[in-house]
Design a protein around this ligand. Structure first.
Ligand code: HEC
Length: 417
C-alpha cells in the first residue's frame, strides 16, 4: 500500500511539475519570439514596435513600449508563478523520487555514502550553486558575457562530473538539471522580478528608472534562455540509459548541451542574420555522432559500465564461489540466465513484486516467464549489461560474472531452449 501511495504521490507531483513547467517555458519562448518578430519599422510615438498575429480564431495586435505607457494600466500581467511553482514542484519531486529512497535511486550502487549525507550534498549543492552563479554574474566577468557564458558552461559540466562521482548516473543528471533550474528560478525571483518592480515603481512616481537594473535582468534572462534546452533534455533523460548510465555520462551531457545551446542560438539570431544557418544541420550531425560514440561495444564486454567498487568486488567473489557448483552440474545456458534473473531481477520485475518498494512491476517490465525474458533481451542488455543501471541501486548484488553471462547469452540471440 505504501509503495502504491508513493507512486500516486510521484504521479501527481510529476504531472503538476510538467504542467507548470510547460506554462513557464511556453511563456518564455513566446516572449522571446515576440521580441524577435516585432515590426520595428516606423513605430508609433513611444513604441519600439508592434506585431499582428492570429491564433485560436482571433486576430491580435500587440504593441511594445520603449519604456512604458504614459499611464500604467490597472491590470498589468506578471509572469512569475509559472517559474516559482515549477521549482517548488521540482524540489518536491526530487524528494519523492530520490530523497525518500536514497539507496534506490540517489546513491551510486556500492557506494558507502550515508543517505543523510547524500541528501545534504544533493540539496545543499543547489543552494551553493545559486550563490556561486550570482557572485560570478556580479563580478567584473558580468561585463564579458561570452567569457562568462563559457565559464558557466564549464562549471555546470564540472558539477555534472562531481555529482557522478557520488550519485547514481540518473541522480547525477537530475541534480545537474535541478542546479540549472534553481539558477533559472533564482534569476526570476532575485533579479528579474525586482528589476521589473523597480521599473514600474519609477514610472508610477515619475522618476527616471535606474538603467542598471534592466541591464542586469537582461543578462540573467539571456542565461535562462540558453539554459532551457539542456534542462529540458535532462528532465527526459531518465528514459535514456545510454546517456546517464555511461561511465562518461557527464561528457555525453556536455556534448548534448553544446548542441542544445547551438540550436537555441540559431533560433535567437535567425531573425537578424543568417550567420548561424549551419547550426541546425550541425546539431543533427552532432546527435548522430553522439549516437555512435555512445553505442555499446558488444564484442568488448562492458565498455560503458561504471567500474565496481571494492565492496562490490568482494561480494562478487563470494557469489562467484557460491555459483560455481551449479555450473559444474552442467545446466543449460538459459537455465543459468533464468536463475540470475530470478535472483537479481524478479523481486521487482514480476506481476506481483515481492519487494515492499513496488506494488506493481516497474514500467510494466516483468520477467515471470522465459518468453518474457527473451522478448525483453535487448532491454536487459541495455540496462544490466551495457550499463549497470539495473538492478536498481544494485539492491540485489548482481555480480560482473552474471552480467557477462547475460551479455554472452544475448549476443547468441537469447535462445530459451
Ligand atoms: C530494486 C528493484 C529493481 C530490481 C532488483 C531491478 N529493477 Fe529493473 N527497474 C526498476 C525500476 C524502478 C525501473 C523503472 C525505472 C524508471 O522509472 O525509469 C526499472 C526498469 C527496468 C527496465 C525498463 C527500462 C526502460 O526504460 O524501458 C528494464 C529492462 C529493467 N528494469 C531490467 C532489469 C533487470 C534485467 C534486472 C535484473 C538484473 C532489474 N531490472 C532489476 C527496479 C528494479
Amino acid at each position: 500500500m505504501e509503495a502504491h501511495l508513493t507512486e500516486w504521490l510521484n504521479l501527481t507531483v510529476r504531472w503538476i511539475h510538467m504542467i507548470v513547467g510547460i506554462a513557464w517555458i511556453g511563456a518564455s519562448f513566446y516572449f522571446v519570439w515576440l521580441e524577435n518578430n516585432l515590426n520595428r519599422a516606423n513605430p508609433r510615438d513611444g513604441l519600439s514596435g508592434d506585431l499582428w498575429a492570429i491564433h485560436g480564431g482571433g486576430i491580435y495586435h500587440l504593441e511594445k513600449y520603449k519604456l512604458a505607457p504614459p499611464q500604467m494600466p490597472d491590470n498589468l500581467h506578471w509572469f512569475k508563478w509559472e517559474a516559482y511553482t515549477t521549482w517548488l514542484s521540482g524540489v518536491t519531486l526530487l524528494m519523492v523520487v530520490y530523497y525518500l529512497n536514497p539507496s534506490l535511486y540517489l546513491i551510486a550502487p556500492g557506494s558507502d555514502l550515508a543517505p543523510a549525507m547524500a541528501i545534504a550534498i544533493g540539496f545543499g549543492s543547489l543552494i551553493v550553486g545559486w550563490f556561486v552563479y550570482d557572485l560570478l554574474c556580479d563580478s567584473p566577468l558580468g561585463k564579458k558575457p561570452a567569457l562568462l557564458g563559457l565559464i558557466l558552461f564549464v562549471l555546470v559540466i564540472f558539477a555534472a562530473w562531481a555529482y557522478s562521482q557520488v550519485f547514481s548516473g540518473r541522480a547525477a543528471y537530475i541534480h545537474t538539471g535541478a542546479l540549472i533550474g534553481t539558477i533559472m528560478v533564482g534569476n526570476v525571483f532575485r533579479i528579474i522580478m525586482p528589476a521589473q518592480r523597480a521599473l514600474v515603481a519609477a514610472i508610477e512616481q515619475n522618476r527616471t528608472p535606474d538603467p542598471l537594473l534592466p541591464a542586469k535582468g537582461l543578462l540573467r534572462s539571456r542565461h535562462n534562455n540558453y539554459f532551457t534546452l539542456p534542462v529540458l533534455f535532462i528532465m527526459i533523460s531518465n528514459h535514456f540509459p545510454s546517456t546517464y548510465g555511461s561511465q562518461y555520462n557527464w561528457l555525453i551531457l556536455a556534448g548534448i548541451s553544446v548542441l542544445a545551446v547551438l540550436v537555441r542560438h540559431y533560433f535567437n539570431t535567425r531573425h537578424d542574420s543568417n550567420r548561424f544557418a549551419w547550426a541546425l544541420p550541425a546539431a543533427a550531425v552532432g546527435m548522430i555522432c553522439l549516437a555512435f560514440v555512445t553505442a555499446p561495444n558488444r564484442q568488448g564486454g562492458v565498455p560503458n559500465a561504471v567500474p565496481t567498487s571494492p565492496r562490490e568486488q568482494s561480494i562478487e567473489a563470494q557469489q562467484a564461489a557460491a555459483a560455481a557448483p551449479a555450473e559444474q552440474a552442467g545446466n543449460s545456458e538459459f537455465a543459468e540466465v533464468h536463475r540470475v534473473i530470478n535472483e537479481r531481477c524478479t523481486v521487482c520485475h514480476a506481476a506481483q513484486p515481492s519487494s515492499p518498494l513496488f506494488s506493481a512491476a516497474p514500467l510494466g517490465v516483468m520477467f515471470d516467464t522465459p518468453q518474457q525474458i527473451q522478448q525483453q533481451a535487448a532491454k536487459i542488455y541495455a540496462q544490466a549489461v551495457a550499463s549497470q543501471i539495473m538492478p536498481l541501486g544494485n539492491m540485489t548484488n548482481m555480480t560482473q560474472e552474471e552480467r557477462d553471462l547475460l551479455g554472452a547469452w544475448i549476443d547468441k540471440g537469447a535462445p530459451i531452449d
